[in-house]
Design a protein around this ligand. Structure first.
Ligand SMILES: Nc1ncnc2c1ncn2[C@@H]1O[C@H](COP(=O)(O)OP(=O)(O)O)[C@@H](O)[C@H]1O
Ligand SMILES: [Mg+2]
Length: 590
């Protein structure tokens, strides 16, 4: 009997979504050529199809064996050289209709099994339409583009996973480039912890970086809640409220209120203002006033009002110069020591924070504290998420490690809040979604706060985006080499997995349990993928696929030192050379 050239064999067992196939012995070659292309039969991760009338079922080869796996005994003698395929059903297609994931009908014993050709696959992946972007080429066929559904990729969230050097940064850059070229209204914020990406988006991004002349990265301290701010300023543990904390809270409210009538984004009624309100205030004045309060000396034993002060010099809060007073007398005579000592233990701590230049991106945001031009968060939002380049890179490479958590937390919360409260505006919110991309997510979005300097600020803010963001137009993508260390809430909300080579078995298992449940055979391939090759499963892709991602130019730069180059050179140094390093260590300033 003359068989179709794509004929592969027949079904010998069906068990829910798993089907076992015996490859026909009359198949002449393990690698037939169909329409000029060579197909390898029985490659794990390739597709086969079952035709039942006008319905075609598609399945994925999960293992290959020379004896049946799913049935104990055959009722007939298999031929010498028999081969068996175990296949997972993944979707179906009725006539010329669209491919659908999931199956409603199952094949039965003796149904024919066929090779899936490129033409079949094209009809599954679909033609390129507005809602799809190309992510790469199918691994088994150089000409077959793989498209992903933009809406689902972004709003159902995604994860790019893979060991170091497997091609995550390149994959991310490739996806972002596509999105930026295809969609003129796109907007993307990339949290770039190692400062890798600006080189890949030289002309089409706005890069914020600490101490940058044009676009300095500023994350204003006044956007912190009282708990956050008091923790970073004076190390107050959450929940604790000593008299000094109460005083700090009152002072912050007072300063915020005094600023409230002249905010650039509009006046705010006093009754709405709390210590948590994101309202700019002058933190140097806060320090100066407290310093003055504890260090002042007075002419009168109990009347400690400003007109009784023994002032010698006003000082200047802007320059962090305290007011100077005649020293108090140790013998309880004039001048008397200030009776207000509540803030004694905090003043020094606040001063050293404000003086530490590593913190100045947070405590010295230039525009916001300037009395003459009090900028406001609307300005920050516009500069971050509303500009021509559409891609904002927040380069956090200059941020001290202990501030990464709170910085990512604040960035995420500010953007989320702007989308939530702007959800009905026609220029933002639901009407103009945004994609947040988190590089090296394991370092600040961990499962639990075991590590030093991670207090869960970033995790809580990003989890909220993963859980609720979709409703307000915020999508997210996390990139990590350690999926097993990432917050489970985040992983559970990931709709699409783009998994590159992953060698650690714990990480692989995490992906296996988080990915759609019939994808085990593909996930098993993760350790053996080539660089730049990914398994893509989930909501943004019609059919789980093994994809080759193109190498983008220009590339993201890994910030590794050029070791061999450096070690090949000879260095001549002189006695002066380490002095500037020491000065930087001492001044905490570059
Ligand atoms: N799709 C690809 N094709 C070919 N080479 C790639 C591809 N992706 C990455 N590479 C190579 O691997 C290196 C590491 O890639 P990178 O994206 O930085 O990995 P990761 O971010 O996972 O550590 C790149 O410098 C590049 O040389
Ligand atoms: Mg990388």
């Amino acid at each position: 009997m003359k068989r179709d050239i794509t004929y592969l064999g027949r079904v010998i067992n069906v068990n829910s979504g798993n089907v076992e196939v015996e490859i026909a012995k009359e198949i002449p070659s393990a690698a037939p050529i169909i329409a000029g292309r060579l197909y390898k039969i029985g490659q794990i991760g390739t597709f086969v199809k079952f035709t039942i009338g006008s319905l075609t079922l598609y399945g994925l080869v999960s293992s290959v064996s020379n004896s049946p796996r799913m049935i104990e005994t055959l009722t007939y003698e298999p031929d010498y050289g028999s081969r068996f395929l175990q296949v997972q059903l993944i979707g179906e297609k009725l006539g010329n209709e669209k491919f659908e994931k999931g199956v409603g009908t199952y094949p039965t014993i003796n149904d024919e099994v066929h090779i899936v050709t490129d033409d079949d696959l094209k009809s599954i992946y679909g033609e390129k339409t507005n809602g799809y972007v190309e992510i790469g080429k199918h691994s088994s066929s150089e000409n077959l583009a793989v498209y992903i559904d933009t809406h689902n990729l972004i709003l159902r969230h995604s994860a790019v996973l893979g060991s170091t050097g497997s091609g995550k940064s390149n994959t991310t850059a490739a996806i972002l480039k596509r999105l930026l070229t295809e969609y003129l209204g796109s907007r993307i914020v990339l949290v770039d912890t190692h400062g890798e990406y600006s080189s890949a988006f030289v002309d089409n991004s706005r890069v914020f970086k600490i101490n940058d002349k044009v676009n300095p990265l500023c994350i204003p301290f006044w956007a912190m809640t009282f708990d956050e701010l008091s923790f970073f300023l004076v190390g107050r543990p959450e929940g604790q409220e000593q008299p000094a904390d109460k005083r700090l809270r009152e002072k912050i409210v007072e300063l915020k209120m005094s600023n409230a009538p002249r905010l650039k984004a509009g006046k705010v009624e006093e009754i709405y203002i709390t210590a948590d309100s994101p309202i700019p205030f002058d933190i140097k004045k806060l320090w100066y006033d407290f310093d003055r309060e504890i260090n002042a000396t007075y002419n009168h034993v109990s009347d400690h009002t400003p007109d009784q002060e023994c002032l010698e010099e006003e000082g200047d809060p802007r320059l962090l110069r305290p007011a100077r007073f005649t020293p108090y007398s140790p013998h309880n005579t004039v001048p008397y020591k200030s009776k207000y000592q509540t803030m004694y233990s905090y003043v020094g701590k606040i001063f050293s924070r404000l003086q530490d230049s590593r913190y100045s991106f947070m405590f010295n945001p230039p525009d916001y504290s300037d009395e003459e031009s009090p900028n406001d968060i609307d300005h920050l939002f516009r500069s971050w998420i509303d500009h021509n380049h559409r891609l904002t890179i927040l380069d956090l490479s200059g941020i001290p490690f202990e501030l990464i958590d709170i910085s990512v937390g604040l960035i995420s919360r500010l953007i989320y809040d702007s989308m939530y409260w702007g959800r009905y505006e026609e220029y933002t919110g639901r009407q103009r979604p945004i994609l947040m991309v988190y590089e090296e997510a394991h370092s600040y979005l961990p499962k639990s706060e075991r590590s030093n300097h991670i207090y869960g600020y970033a995790r809580r803010a990003v989890e909220k985006i993963f859980k609720e963001g979709r409703k307000f137009g915020v999508g997210a993508m996390v990139i990590t080499q350690r999926p097993s260390e990432i917050s489970e809430t985040i992983l559970a909300q990931v709709g699409t997995f783009i998994a590159l080579r992953l060698t650690n078995s714990g990480d692989k298992n995490t992906v296996q349990s988080a990915a759609p449940n019939n994808m085990n055979s593909l996930i098993e391939l993760l350790p053996s993928l080539r660089i730049g090759e990914a398994i893509i499963v989930g909501e943004a892709i019609n059919i789980p696929s093994r994809v080759r991602i193109e190498l983008v130019e220009p590339r993201p730069s890994s910030n590794d030192p050029k070791l061999v180059e450096a070690w090949t050179r000879r260095f001549e140094t002189n006695e002066e050379q380490y002095k500037s390093v020491v000065k930087s260590i001492r001044e905490q300033k570059q």
